[in-house]
Design a binder for this molecule. Structure first.
Ligand code: DX5
Ligand code: ZN
Length: 214
């Protein structure tokens, strides 16, 4: 299992030790949660913070934009050196166009769906995307309980990907821990995002290793 620890649960007064822990760990990515107070009822951090983070972080950046009009920021995300740019399906009326533009900026295009957005809404885009991010909580806050129905959505998405021959990988975000992570692994997830499970653990590197072994 690939692991993308979410910096949202890090220590914002002193991120360097958290970033050095992630650099040393078995993490495959660093997950960065951008919130605008409009698409989601919270504000996190923006480009000045992410630029500083990118200088210290040696893992590929997995940027999750919980904002309206995410396509306005494609070049700024590319300038961070991000590997994955995740936009919400619900925030993009012209999703196909946004995916093409992310590709032209030489990033992997991720499409994210909220808990109440059906997997079936991805039927006409699945062959164009590199990643689908299934939200297993309502986006906006770390530390929320896992929505159990998400496991069924991962199974359904796995079937859709296999049937279409899409190259998309499946990432899941929200309430991930060793128990929910195991269910998601069995359902066909490829990448797990984890914030509070990692940063709230007595040994965060060990928590990352536990998820990586699933
Ligand atoms: C929530 C964010 C998540 C968040 C997950 O809106 O997208 O990435 O950091 O936090 P946990 O793992 O604590 O649910
Ligand atoms: Zn996220």
């Amino acid at each position: 299992m690939k692991v993308s620890p979410s910096l949202l649960s890090g220590n914002f007064a002193d991120l360097r030790p958290d970033l050095e822990m992630i650099n040393r760990s078995e993490a495959d990515y660093l997950h960065l949660d951008v919130m605008d107070g409009v698409f989601v009822p919270n504000i996190s951090f923006g480009f000045p913070v992410m630029k500083s983070v990118a200088k210290v972080c040696r893992k590929p950046l997995d940027v999750h934009l919980m904002i309206v009009e995410p396509d306005k920021w494609i070049s700024q995300v590319r300038d961070l050196g991000a590997e994955i740019m995740n936009v919400h399906q619900e925030a993009c009326p012209h999703l196909h166009s946004v995916v093409q533009r992310i590709h032209r900026a030489e990033m992997k295009a991720g499409v994210t769906i909220n808990p109440a957005t059906p997997v079936s809404t991805l039927v006409d885009i699945i062959e164009d995307v590199d990643l689908v991010l299934i939200m297993s909580v309502n986006p906006g806050f770390g530390g929320q309980p896992f929505i159990a129905h998400s496991v069924k959505k991962v199974q359904e998405l796995r079937r859709l990907i296999d049937e279409t021959g899409s190259k998309a990988v499946i990432e899941v975000d929200g309430g991930v821990n060793a128990e929910t992570g195991k269910l998601l692994a069995e359902a066909g997830a490829d990448i797990l995002v984890a914030g509070s499970y990692v940063f709230g653990a007595p040994d965060p590197e060990e928590a990352i290793r536990t998820l990586a072994r699933l």
